[in-house]
Design a protein around this ligand. Structure first.
Ligand SMILES: [Cu+2]
Length: 111
């Protein structure tokens, strides 16, 4: 019985550590990741090298999209926790917005 409760305690500790590790993953941890939170893209302007894959992740309770102004890329509707990745091969400035909330805007600068 004692053994079993120790095992349970170890399991709970492991789960707690895993939960902390996930929670600690704050915006900016991955330099090529854009977090959508509080109805904004963070960072709003991201500069990357040509050939970089950028990933958006929705951390809001509301659905959002990442839609290029010129429609060169367009995520589907991203629900909470959903991700969208886009590779940028050609240098340039890529302005985008959220199709559901057009006041949400962002920019990828590819060098
Ligand atoms: Cu939105």
């Amino acid at each position: 019985m004692l053994k079993r409760s120790k095992l349970n305690l170890a399991l709970i500790l492991m789960l707690a550590i895993a939960a902390v590790a996930v929670t600690a993953r704050t915006p900016g941890t991955n330099p090529n990741e854009i977090v959508i939170a509080n109805f904004s893209f963070e960072p709003a302007t991201l500069t990357v090298k040509a050939g970089t894959t950028v990933t958006w992740v929705n951390r809001d309770d509301e659905p959002h999209t990442a839609t290029a102004n010129d429609k060169r890329f367009n995520s589907k509707t991203l629900d909470t926790g959903d991700r969208f990745s886009q590779k940028f091969d050609a240098p340039g400035v890529y302005n985008y917005y959220c199709a559901l909330h057009p006041h949400m805007t962002g920019k990828i600068i590819v060098k």
